[in-house]
Design a protein around this ligand. Structure first.
Ligand SMILES: Nc1ncnc2c1ncn2[C@@H]1O[C@H](COP(=O)(O)OP(=O)(O)OP(=O)(O)O)[C@@H](O)[C@H]1O
Ligand SMILES: C[C@@](O)(CCO)CC(=O)[O-]
Length: 406
């Protein structure tokens, strides 16, 4: 068997946090979200030249949850061309090789992987084995978009593999994700950026995969992981808000309740109730929409007038939004306790993302800023994790050795 130098592509994208508009955005209302500096890394390696194209193997690794699974190329390619619902059933059979429990992260992640491979690379002639490894700094299943980050990174890599996107290829960069991050910290790697058009392709495939995982998502999570920054998102369209930069006056503490939740179940639970009592739910969504729009207006005002935020207003919006999220049933006792607890320490907080568990956000103001260490210690004592996130960070990018001439 002829060996060849491994060709490696490495990409990373940020996690996201929704400030206002979660759930309502699924019903065509406005939401505001921003990217945060917890990155998901994905590396694709073409490992060896196969003299026999029938034996090409496609592998997927998510070491954080002990997933290391391989499929013969043909077993995935044979599903290509099958009509949509049947194709998905067949891909589920392949994903069950990672874990037979269809609710597990291993199964869902592998389903995303084989779906994207079959859809994007299904007609590509491949003579080399392909191995993709994914690793994330974001807590899994916590409302910070780990599933969208996985979908977006893997979409980008497969678009490159299928030659739909051309990136400088790096031969013999036989690097693991840990080595990549280490090299980045030493300044030995540089970043490259996708064109606007390619970001559009990546986002579209990321959304297609998110639809498989979450049923009826709005697309805000994949848009934030792809494009980064801060955005107002409505009905699949986004506008960038220049709200957060390194010297931004807006800062948040992210609180992870460490309570697992399922985005898909939360979206379905809200849908059920909305269908039962639309006259009650729809006005709540309209109020959340008004909160998002008022927040956008304030962010735009801060920028245009170059003035300080109206923190009282921002706190009121967060407070009211949390109550509305309680009303639609996506909070829970533990999250309400966090809401009240942070309030006693002078921080207004709300559920972020799909709720039912996962993360909350608390606004930092000039008044409470000095008490952040006290807040964090108190939250740690109660068994919660918390940190001050960098907001509005770069979307998906690719990584190359600094000394490469590309
Ligand atoms: N490095 C990784 N290791 C394991 N699983 C990962 C990794 N990156 C992403 N995932 C995927 O993250 C998913 C968790 O998704 P889930 O929708 O429950 O939460 P979330 O995306 O963090 O929350 P939300 O959708 O509310 O923002 C799993 O399906 C899992 O496959
Ligand atoms: C709950 C939700 O609004 C946000 C999840 O991060 C779902 C979605 O918009 O797809």
């Amino acid at each position: 068997m002829a060996e060849c130098l491994p060709t490696t592509y490495a990409v990373s994208c940020p996690a996201k946090i929704i400030l206002h508009g979660e759930h309502a955005v699924v019903y065509g209302k406005a939401a505001i979200g921003t990217s945060i500096d917890l990155r998901t890394y994905a590396i694709l390696k073409n490992t060896r030249l196969s003299s026999d194209a029938d034996n090409v193997v496609i592998s997927f690794k998510m070491p954080q949850i002990d997933v290391d699974v391989s499929w013969p190329l043909d077993s995935i390619k044979s599903k290509v061309g099958t009509e949509y619902p049947e194709m998905l059933d067949e891909l589920k059979t392949l994903a069950s090789q990672a874990d037979s429990d269809s609710n597990s992260y291993a199964f869902v992640g592998s389903l995303v992987f084989v779906f994207l491979f079959a859809s994007i690379c299904g007609k590509t002639d491949l003579t080399q084995n392909v191995c993709v490894e994914v690793d994330t700094e974001a807590p899994l299943g916590s409302g910070l978009g780990s599933s969208a980050a996985l979908s977006v990174c893997v979409s980008a890599l497969f678009l490159v593999l299928a030659n739909n996107i051309q990136l400088p290829s790096v031969n013999n960069m036989d690097i693991t994700i840990a080595q990549l991050k280490n090299a980045m910290s030493k300044g030995e790697m540089k970043q490259g950026y996708f064109t606007r058009e390619n970001l559009g392709h990546i986002n579209n495939w990321g959304f297609a995969a998110e639809r498989i995982v979450h049923g009826n998502p709005s697309g805000i999570d994949n848009a934030l992981c792809t494009h980064g920054g801060t955005m107002r998102f409505i009905e699949g369209q986004f506008t960038s808000l220049k709200a957060f930069s390194s010297d931004s006056p807006i800062s948040l503490v992210v609180i992870d309740s460490c309570i697992p939740k399922s985005t898909q179940k939360m979206i379905f639970a809200v849908k059920d109730k909305q269908m039962q009592i639309p006259k009650i739910f729809d006005p709540i969504f309209a109020s959340i929409d008004a909160i998002s729009e008022r927040c956008c207006q304030e962010f735009n005002r801060i920028l245009s007038e170059n003035s300080a935020p109206d923190y009282k207003l921002l706190e009121d919006l967060i407070f009211i939004n949390h109550q509305l999220l309680c009303a639609i049933g996506v909070s829970r006792l533990e999250l309400d306790n966090i809401h009240q607890f942070t309030q006693r320490l002078g921080f207004v907080s709300k559920v972020t993302g799909s709720g039912g568990g996962g993360c909350m956000l608390a606004l930092v103001t000039p008044e409470n800023e000095k008490r952040i260490p006290i807040l964090k210690d108190a939250l740690t004592e109660k068994g919660f994790k918390s940190w001050q996130a960098n907001l509005g960070v770069q979307g998906i990018c690719y990584h190359l050795p600094s000394n490469s001439d590309t």
